[in-house]
Design a protein around this ligand. Sequence first.
Ligand SMILES: Nc1ncnc2c1ncn2[C@@H]1O[C@H](COP(=O)(O)OP(=O)(O)OP(=O)(O)O)[C@@H](O)[C@H]1O
Length: 299
Amino acid sequence: MIEINQLNKKYERTEVLNDIDLSVSEGAIYGLLGSNGAGKTTLLKIISGLLKQNNGSVKIDNSDVFEQPNIKEELQFIPDTPFFFPHYTIQQMGDFYQSCYSNWNQDRFYQLEKIFKIDRKEKIHTLSKGMQRQVSFWLALSAMPSYLILDEPFDGLDAVIRKKIKQLLIADVAERNMTIMISSHNLKEVEDICDQIGIIHQGELIIEKSLDDLKSDVHKIQVAFSKEIDSSFLDEFTCLHKEKRGSIHLYIIKGQTFEIDQYINKYQPIVYDRLPLTLEEVFVYEMEGVGYAIENILV
Ligand SMILES: Nc1ncnc2c1ncn2[C@@H]1O[C@H](COP(=O)(O)OP(=O)(O)OP(=O)(O)O)[C@@H](O)[C@H]1O
């Protein structure tokens, strides 16, 4: 489990992370979303033990992470610009990983060659950017980490490879209970694999939600009545948004479906529809609720 408490980070005098509290359960896939400069890379580097926070704690399986070789054995960080030794082949890089990580699985390394379809005798610097990114996944997954920290991992990958890599990640979570954190500035890119999403803005975690909650808890409804309804209608539910289009009232509300149905049916509506919401819409309304406009934060 990853647990972050009251974390602060400054670069010189500039505060870039402010009182971050966040936890990721074992076997979960957490999407950390935010625009350029929000603080995602800094947070992921602190979680990976590459940078040290100024205040607060970061614990993985109850241990601090900074300068802790035991935790680093279990964790792989893929940065937004992967690093390889100059002129190394994939095989040579694999040999180096094998000497560093005791869980290294040589069979898996060979199996992944068939999946990525890149010859392991290739020199990495001769490969395209997208192919080099695949090599970084290939090496990281062969090290059989318990924790995989990914900084903008899908940038520059084509749709086919992206899908293949997502399948590999999901399989490792299902089979080995691997825990993943993924940063992205694009909700659509990660919504299909994450089970929890946090949005970071100017160094603050402004909203955090499990996707199950998001999808089950928020409803878009439209209702119409034969006569005017009083202004307290739906007051006992949290209303994220309301508007009137002619005689139709549109509401985005939070609550249990059966309670909402029961409440509304008492008013004998002449129209009552519950409409599906996309995840993006849910975030738009949730973030309006906490005073942010999503288009200013995510692209
Ligand atoms: N080494 C550094 N020294 C000083 N300031 C830094 C350093 N690294 C990052 N920053 C600043 O910290 C803030 C957060 O940067 P960070 O790279 O963590 O954001 P990010 O969310 O990953 O952005 P992006 O999506 O553009 O990669 C930015 O204002 C950035 O300018």
